[in-house]
Ligand binder design. Structure first.
Ligand code: CMP
Length: 141
């Protein structure tokens, strides 16, 4: 089924100059970019985005880190895009993620793991609404 999913290139991806590399992988794979922007994410939005982690000891640090510099927010479209992008991103820890995945190839960290990707179709829908305004997502042939 045709789906849309949300990816966020985190501050470490921006700082390390890996934005192009990650986008290149999505393009090469055949995913369609239907939205993309650089944004300094607001604390409030991030607290909402990571609400399921709010009782974890790393919650505050995570939100602060994500708000520290602008991120790149991307909407990707394709058949089964949610699962495909999750597999391309790899497991949470860069040390455990499979080689060949984005985190497996470029991260040695559990927190600074380069990229967020929606975990399910329901999450994707919520996140696309949270991070993109009307008119920022595109339909084109
Ligand atoms: P992600 O899986 O995209 O969403 C939750 C994020 O929290 C995760 O990426 C990491 O960036 C961060 N995270 C998860 N577990 C830890 C941890 N134990 N310590 C610090 N940060 C973490």
């Amino acid at each position: 089924m045709m789906e849309r999913t949300c990816a966020i290139l985190k501050p470490d991806a921006v700082n390390r100059g890996l934005v192009g590399e990650v986008i290149r992988r999505f393009e090469n794979k055949g995913l369609k970019i239907v939205g993309m922007k650089m944004e300094r994410l607001e604390t409030k939005k991030l607290e909402e985005h990571y609400a399921h982690h709010k009782d974890k000891p790393f919650f505050k640090g995570l939100v602060k880190y994500m708000a520290s510099i602008p991120c790149i927010v991307i909407a990707l479209e394709g058949v089964e895009a949610v699962e495909v992008v999750r597999r391309m991103v790899g497991a949470t820890s860069g040390r455990k993620a499979d080689m060949g995945s984005i985190r497996g190839d470029y991260s040695m960290s559990h927190q600074q793991n380069l990229i967020h990707a929606s975990g399910s179709r329901e999450e994707a829908e919520k996140e696309l609404k949270r991070f993109f305004k009307d008119g920022e997502l595109h339909n084109y042939p």
